[in-house]
Design a binder for this molecule. Structure first.
Ligand code: NAG
Ligand code: NAG
Ligand code: NAG
Length: 366
């Protein structure tokens, strides 16, 4: 009842006709007279009172109304117990949250011949890293204040199951320090996968370096890195940002055979139901997908070119020789001459003689 000051009492039009009149005695005290001048024995009045809740601050957990009936007559003390009623209305915060996100850069080129100055190196680590920034923004359309929420973000972290981790999250910062994030730190940010020493493998990889690989955390079998952030209260029509600074180990990409690798990261905002928050159904989307692409420059390494030329030359010469021999043989006419006995081995120690035509090279002079 202490909240009545924030509630606006709206009197019902029909109350007067029923002999009911209400007046606000104090800001939180409403008094209604029922059945003036008297109430007949065993009679019942039904009436409703409407309150406007649009002025509530959203701080309250429940609205409680204490309703007390009091008679002008003397009432027996043993029948007083049912004269008081406590009505409780739990309050929910109804919000419509949305999330948006941008990446910087949205694509980059990697490969052996790409200038190392495009990448950064961490102290005493050999790897070339591509810095990537993601900025996410959570917005509360209202109508209520959002008392608490959390955001989860997942990045595809391996090119294949069992592969090395690609990302190294350096920092996650929530705007105005109104939230905290937790993520798993990559203990070994610089892993250079073992070089395939076999030159044929390298050449094969060069020729098969085609096609697009899509890494999407929604797909089964994709290993993802997930980070979580908790936000403190977000007022209506306010927004909060999360800045994520991370590094991508390009050494791992160089060993992959795709020419384009697309990373699809997903972020989702969730309201905390324990804080009596409900998300408006069919409101703005609570999920966002941010995409960036790693493009291979498709230039083979120097020695690979050498090997490709050498092997091509060798294969060319072999084919030429084969054709030459074949043509030389075909150009000779083949004719059978006289019979020539052939001795065939026969099981049981015996032999049989067969008279087979033999082949004779026909040429001038014979
Ligand atoms: C990422 O953000 C930092 C700090 O704002 C900035 O210095 C850096 O240039 C950004 N990097 C990219 C790739 O946008
Ligand atoms: C974040 O952490 C700090 C210190 O650990 C704490 O004071 C603050 O309440 C936390 N904020 C949220 C939104 O969890
Ligand atoms: C966020 O809140 C959940 C539940 O209250 C808690 O388990 C988790 O540790 C919090 N995370 C951070 C980064 O504060």
């Amino acid at each position: 009842h202490s909240l009545l000051s924030a509630l606006l009492f709206l009197e019902m039009m029909s109350l007067e006709e029923m002999g009911i009149s209400c007046e606000l005695l104090e800001l939180d005290f409403l008094k209604c007279s029922v059945g003036f001048p008297f109430m007949r024995s065993k009679s019942k009045y039904e009436f409703s009172v409407i309150f406007d809740t649009s002025h509530l601050s959203g701080e309250e957990e429940v609205l409680s109304f204490i309703v007390t009936a009091q008679s002008g007559n003397m009432e027996r003390s043993e029948s007083l117990h049912d004269n008081t009623l406590v009505l409780m209305v739990p309050l929910m915060h109804e919000v419509d949250t949305s999330i948006t996100g941008i990446m910087s850069p949205t694509s980059f080129v990697y490969g052996e011949s790409v200038d190392a100055a495009n990448f950064i190196q961490l102290d005493d680590l050999e790897c070339h890293f591509q810095p990537i920034n993601i900025t996410l923004q959570v917005y509360n359309t209202g109508p209520s204040t959002l008392p608490g929420s959390s955001v989860s973000i997942s990045f595809p972290n391996r090119l294949s199951s069992g592969g090395a981790e690609i990302f190294h999250v350096q920092e996650m910062v929530v705007g105005q320090e109104k939230g905290n994030c937790s993520f798993q730190k990559n203990p070994t940010p610089c892993i250079i996968p073992q070089e395939q020493e076999n030159i044929f493998h390298t050449i094969f990889a060069f020729f098969t370096k085609s096609g697009r690989k899509v890494l999407d955390c929604e797909k089964p079998g994709i290993s993802c890195l997930t980070a979580h952030c908790n936000f403190s209260a977000l007022a209506k029509e306010e927004s909060r940002t999360i800045d994520i600074y991370m590094l991508l180990n390009t050494e791992i990409l160089k060993k992959d055979s795709s020419s384009v690798i697309q990373f699809m990261s997903r972020a989702k905002v969730k309201v905390d139901p324990a804080l009596r928050v409900v998300e408006i159904a069919h409101g703005n989307p609570e999920e966002v997908t941010v995409v960036f692409e790693a493009l291979h420059n498709l230039e083979p390494r120097g020695y690979v070119v050498g090997w490709i030329i050498a092997i091509s030359l060798l294969v060319g010469i072999l084919i030429f020789l084969l054709l030459a021999v074949l043509l030389w043989k075909v150009s000779l006419a083949i004719v059978p001459t006289h019979g020539c006995p052939a001795l065939l081995p026969f099981q049981g120690g015996r032999s049989i003689l067969l008279d087979l035509p033999s082949w004779h090279w026909y040429s001038e002079g014979h």
